[in-house]
Design a protein. Structure first.
Length: 332
């Protein structure tokens, strides 16, 4: 039985290849569809027509509207005052979706409770409706994450400002202070130039880390201070690579809050920890999206430049702290 089937299959294949018209019909349409669909078919939705129905009219609702307008996916074309007008526009096909901000939206956001936002989408084309709904949900989720992070930052700042702040004066030899200031200026220029030559993203953190980590050795030996500085600089790059791999905005905000709380609690008693945590916190504050796809790519892009700059920084600070004119202790 199988032999007969194989014979028939072989006969049909030979007949198909032998006939020019069949070969054209067999291979022509798929190739044409592959070329046309590859360039002409696009499942993405851009500039979807949106009606904005704001029943709250508060700064919080206007900020959410700005988030929609700043995206490339939506364009606010109508601002009806009643839900009936918005539904008529949706039924007539003049708009593709309605975003309705319910009353007390701003009050709920300020209180930190759940705020309601209603999104109505034209379901005539189910695929387009699903894409528009997904984009709108992502924008609302990003706005909620930003509000959550802002509340956490405000609570952290208030808690820190209300706590007692201890200020310690350190008397250093004027020549040591001037030499250290000049060294920091030179290290900043070198690290900035290295970051530019390496071409990695957010290279401004390299001068910040070199300047922040490693204070003048006042109460301990130069060897111990150099060891602590080298360890902190070497640990900065893996920590930044690990933090850059966090893509969720909520998780990034949580990491910032955790590091900031550690900075203002344990860092107050340990200045070395305080200077070590400063660079990751500033980087997370400034960059809301990861610079690279994963931590390995981050290390490959930054490791060579960081190794050169960190080595020069540690050696130059060791020379300064060894040849300083004072005894290296706090003057009383």
């Amino acid at each position: 039985m199988w032999e007969r089937i194989l014979v028939i299959v072989r006969k049909e294949l030979l007949q198909t290849v032998r006939d020019m018209r069949r070969r054209t019909l067999l291979f022509g349409p798929p190739l044409l569809q592959l070329i046309v669909f590859g360039y002409a078919v696009n499942m993405d939705v851009r500039n979807a027509r949106l009606a904005w129905l704001d029943l709250d009219n508060t700064p919080e609702s206007r900020e959410l509207r700005a988030s929609f307008e700043s995206s490339r996916y939506f364009q606010v074309v109508e601002t009806p005052s009643r839900i009936g007008e918005a539904r008529n526009l949706l039924d007539q096909g003049q708009i593709q979706a309605i975003v309705q901000i319910l009353p007390r939206f701003g009050r709920d956001v300020r209180r930190g409770t759940t705020a309601a936002v209603q999104i109505l989408v034209d379901g005539t084309n189910s695929n387009t409706a699903a894409i528009i709904s997904n984009y709108a949900s992502q924008i609302v989720a990003s706005y909620a994450s930003a509000m959550l992070a802002g509340c956490g930052y405000g609570l952290l700042i208030v808690t820190t400002a209300a706590s007692a702040i201890e200020i310690r004066n350190r008397a250093v030899h004027p020549q040591t202070a001037l030499s250290y200031a000049m060294l920091l200026a030179v290290l900043t220029l070198i690290s900035w130039f290295a970051a530019r030559v390496a071409g990695f993203e957010h290279g401004w953190w390299l001068p910040l880390a070199v300047s922040a980590i490693g204070e003048p050795s006042l109460a301990e030996s130069a060897q111990r201070a150099v060891s602590k500085t080298a360890a902190a600089l070497c640990a900065t790059v893996p920590l930044l690579a690990l933090l850059d791999s966090v893509t969720n905005p909520v998780m990034r905000a949580a990491v910032v809050l955790l590091l900031a709380m550690l900075l203002f609690t344990a860092g107050r008693r340990r200045p070395a920890l305080q200077t070590f945590l400063l660079t990751p916190i500033v980087v997370l504050f400034a960059s809301h999206q990861p610079a690279y796809s994963d931590g390995v790519q981050y290390l490959r892009a930054t490791l060579v430049a960081c190794a050169v700059v960190f080595t020069f920084s540690v050696l130059s600070k060791w020379v300064l702290w060894t040849l300083r004119p004072d005894a290296g202790r706090v003057a009383v």
